[in-house]
Design a protein around this ligand. Structure first.
Ligand SMILES: *[C@@H]1O[C@H](CO)[C@@H](O)[C@H](O)[C@H]1NC(C)=O
Ligand SMILES: *[C@@H]1O[C@H](CO)[C@@H](O)[C@H](O)[C@H]1NC(C)=O
Ligand SMILES: *[C@@H]1O[C@H](CO)[C@@H](O)[C@H](O)[C@H]1NC(C)=O
Ligand SMILES: *[C@@H]1O[C@H](CO)[C@@H](O)[C@H](O)[C@H]1NC(C)=O
Ligand SMILES: *[C@@H]1O[C@H](CO)[C@@H](O)[C@H](O)[C@H]1NC(C)=O
Ligand SMILES: *[C@@H]1O[C@H](CO)[C@@H](O)[C@H](O)[C@H]1NC(C)=O
Length: 595
């Protein structure tokens, strides 16, 4: 009996050691550690051997090797001087095991099946890595899968006792659960510099997010230079806050080199004023109106400044056509985002054409008006063979008809709408504001707002949402724990192409963009790559992500990216010391226990 118990506890010990390896983010779909002990990697002389020359992969390798060499990274959670509790999950006492070191690996062998597959929605991102004492070998379906293998290796090669090592032999099979793993940034409300956009791409690549959705303009500014209408950027904030054509071309290449697609959004017909009004003021309804609230029935916009395209003005479609001709030559992606959110009826009170149209047939509604727009605009947006469109869900929720085979809906109004849209037969990208909006919880931004003074009369405003329309702030836990395919059958879930976190930029510019996105977006990166649940037990693996995301944040800061701290450092270097419950088994009752 005694002996059996000892055997069991020894097995448990092995299980713990196996579970405590350095843990890349996102967690691979399947990672199986061996028992050979630490494997030395000769990083300064490390090379890759490809089955066919490829500059994109060679360059990526040089960058990644540079990071490994300059960082000499070692995760702090394993050996904090104050560490009192069982280290978890990255901890391992390497020094004790170091005697078993092997002579070292100097080559990564990479075998790619298809070097030509373009970086487009649904491209095969599968890869495998096998690390043994005699070498590292990678197999990948495409160069995009091979890139992912490199960012995984980058996070697994650590520096200990004056050596670069991988902690043990290991075998990884990895592929994303969802083809669209996105981040939205907004360069209309405030400008975001090219360098800061590149920074987002760097971190997306490291966390395997693959779709950067840029909401380029809004009513407030138009920073995107287009040759067709140079006057658009008269409504940029300044000459320094313009994306020149060369900036865009370089950004697309920069992103592609890192496996990231750029999806441009020109929002229409709402959220339109800046830029358009420079082409022809008659394109815009209500652009000169007062936006708000003094008399609510006269409000023309949800936020200042107001403006929507006049969808009954024929020239609107001529301009859309010209803009999309140029966008089509600039952006290589097969998916364009056409906006389509928040048409606000009150704006059209200021349009004589719309008022006459409504008066001509009193059965007509604003939904009918939106359909007039859709029927003319969608063929223009689809002008390029094979293109697909992403559209905000609003018009479909309002009863409009859009083609299901060419339009993907992005759902933001709330988790409850995802099943409804899928039921209707649409492909969906989930960005529910109640879980995935990163701009929430920072208070209001409307100026000269007397509601802050009269707390009693504005109880909910002051003590509830604090002026943030989508309060509360979305923590990484809230992002990660959201089962965005819940309540769907397996067949329906196939229509969820992925998810996207969104950082609208009313209160964001280059100064703060990175700290507001990271590391929170990494929680989505993992839930869209390998899921938020343990594949065998079905438990939410939030506990398991904790140390991984804390470590990822430290890693970002070490690389020079200003990501926000999530905890007092004490909680990072002392894994589990800041847990709500000491008794981990209690977590089972909440479906949270790790395996
Ligand atoms: C992971 O891979 C190992 C080794 O190939 C295999 O035995 C195991 O079943 C896989 N686990 C899952 C969850 O796919
Ligand atoms: C991706 O490529 C791998 C081989 O590299 C293959 O096994 C897998 O079926 C492919 N996946 C898809 C969705 O085509
Ligand atoms: C303006 O439009 C809104 C929404 O369509 C409507 O409810 C309101 O009565 C209109 N106001 C005027 C003054 O026409
Ligand atoms: C008036 O508008 C309604 C709603 O769009 C439509 O069903 C009807 O056919 C229109 N009538 C005429 C005469 O155009
Ligand atoms: C799934 O449906 C249940 C019951 O209607 C609801 O409480 C829950 O919020 C839904 N989950 C999601 C993610 O939509
Ligand atoms: C831990 O929690 C479990 C489940 O609630 C309970 O059964 C067990 O007695 C607890 N252990 C301790 C040491 O309190």
């Amino acid at each position: 009996m005694q002996l059996i118990l000892r055997v069991i506890s020894l097995l448990q010990l092995i299980a713990i050691i196996v579970a405590v390896k350095v843990s890349p983010l996102p967690a691979p779909r399947n990672i199986t550690w061996g028992t050979d002990g630490p494997i030395q990697i000769n990083v300064p002389s490390l090379t890759i051997q490809l089955n066919q020359d490829n500059n994109l992969l060679s360059d990526a390798f040089v960058r990644i090797k540079g990071s490994i060499e300059s960082l000499k990274w070692y995760p702090a959670a394993t050996e904090g001087p104050m560490s009192s509790m069982q280290p978890f999950p990255t901890a391992t006492n390497l020094k004790k095991r170091f005697d078993k070191r092997y002579s070292g690996i100097s080559t990564i062998e990479i075998n790619v099946d298809d070097f030509d597959a373009a970086l487009q929605l649904g491209v095969n991102e599968t890869y495998t890595i096998d690390v043994t004492p005699s070498g590292i070998s990678v197999n990948a379906a495409t160069i995009w899968g091979a890139l992912h293998s490199l960012t995984t290796l980058q996070q697994m090669i650590i520096y200990d006792n004056n050596n670069y090592i991988i902690e043990d032999s290991v075998s990884i099979w990895d592929a994303p659960l969802f083809p669209h793993r996105g981040l939205l940034i907004d360069t209309g409300r405030n400008f975001i510099s090219v360098a800061k956009i590149q920074e987002q791409i760097d971190i997306m690549s490291l966390s395997k997010l693959n779709s950067l959705h840029i909401h380029f303009e809004d009513t407030s500014s138009w920073p995107l230079y287009l040759e067709t209408y140079p006057e658009l950027t008269n409504d940029a904030y300044s000459a320094r806050e313009i994306y020149q054509t060369s900036d865009i071309v370089n950004l697309i290449i920069y992103a592609q080199n890192r496996g990231v697609r750029i999806i441009p959004e020109i929002d229409a017909p709402a959220h339109a004023r800046a830029g358009w009004q420079q082409i022809d003021p008659a394109l815009i309804a209500c652009g000169e109106s007062w936006w708000s609230n003094d008399v609510y029935s006269l409000a023309t916009s949800l936020e200042p400044p107001p403006g929507q395209l006049d969808v009954l003005y024929p020239k609107t479609y001529e301009v859309l056509d010209n803009i999309y001709q140029e966008l089509g030559t600039l952006f290589p992606d097969n998916v364009f985002h056409i906006g389509g959110d928040e048409i606000f009826g009150g704006c059209y009170n200021f349009s004589s054409t719309v008022q006459a149209w409504l008066a001509a047939n009193t059965s007509r509604t604003y939904t009918d008006l939106a359909q007039v727009y859709l029927d003319q605009a969608i063929p223009i947006y689809l002008q390029k063979q094979g293109r697909k469109l992403i559209m905000w869900e609003d018009m479909v929720l309002n009863g409009n008809t859009v083609p299901k085979d060419s339009v993907i809906l992005q759902s933001w109004n709330g988790a409850q709408y995802v099943p409804e849209l899928v039921e209707k037969g649409y492909d969906v990208i989930v960005s529910s504001a109640d879980h995935f909006y990163l701009d929430c919880g920072y208070g209001g931004w409307i100026t000269n707002d007397p509601r802050y003074l009269d707390i009693d009369a504005n109880e909910a405003f002051n003590n509830g949402n604090g002026g943030s329309w989508c309060n509360p702030y979305k923590t990484w836990q809230r992002i990660y724990d959201y089962d965005f395919t819940a309540n769907l059958t397996d067949e329906q879930a196939q229509h969820v192409l992925g998810a996207e976190v969104a950082l609208w930029s009313e209160q964001v510019d280059s100064a703060v963009v990175t700290q507001k996105i990271w590391p929170r977006a990494a929680a989505l990166a993992e839930s869209t790559w390998s899921g938020n649940r343990d594949p065998t037990t079905g438990y939410l693996r939030t506990t398991d992500l904790t140390q991984r995301i804390l470590n990822f944040r430290e890693y970002l800061v070490a690389l020079g990216y200003p990501a926000s701290p999530l905890v007092p450092k004490y909680c990072y270097v002392n894994p589990h010391a800041c847990d709500f419950y000491k008794n981990q088994t209690i977590l089972d009752e909440f479906g949270l226990h790790q395996t």
